[in-house]
Write a protein that binds this ligand. Sequence first.
Ligand code: APR
Length: 231
Amino acid sequence: MEKIVILTGAGISAESGMGTFRDKDGLWTQVRLEDVATPEGFARNPAMVQEFYNFRRVKAAEAKPNAAHVALARLQAHHAGEVVIVTQNVDALHEAGGAAGVIHMHGRLDSALCAGCGHRWHAPDTMAPDEACPACGGPFGRPDVVWFGEMPYRMGEIYDHLASADLFVSIGTSGEVYPAAGFVQEARANDIRTLELNLERSAGSRLFHETRLGPATEIVPAWVDELVRRN
Ligand code: APR
């Protein structure tokens, strides 16, 4: 039974209107990541950072899963082997598309975290700069999103999955940000076949056995159809 580990990035949610980070007019061309995606930026201006995530949280909640999200859920439902989805995205579009057990290594917009006691709760649409933690009451509520300089979540689990996979597939990511960008090397070190599905060649393309280029809503369902037909 072929175990498949899939890494997704902003490109899989682009056609749901979520935008990406490093494409033309991407998020990091509109705001400085140092200001809104680092602990230092949050300490400097919590109101602006909460505002930034409030806007993204509402946008993500309004977005609809696209054919690529739905295709991966179909693969999970029909593929004989285990299909593990690891996402860098903080939206919940994989779940909305029917996927299960998604590992959110960069956290999620719909989750809040207390910087004081570590408590997590379902994030309200808008969080205040001094958002009170429902557990300890402290004004330490922050987006449960992994910022630059912070440790991504569930890395041990992810490397275990990578070590036991038969196929590693990267979808819609520029391969610019580690540790996710290093997963393809990890897979190759474990003698695992690697496939990249992306709109254009990425920083990591040369490391993949195979790269297919095109919009996720076209090339992901086509790839899933191939696999499901083979089952
Ligand atoms: N279909 C498939 N791929 C697409 C599409 C599409 N419709 N549109 C864009 N892409 C590809 C781009 O070619 C690019 O390679 O998606 C990738 C998006 O790259 P980034 O904007 O860098 O997003 P991502 O790789 O997810 O960024 C990784 O960086 O800022 C941090 O935490 C943030 O999780 C994010 C991480």
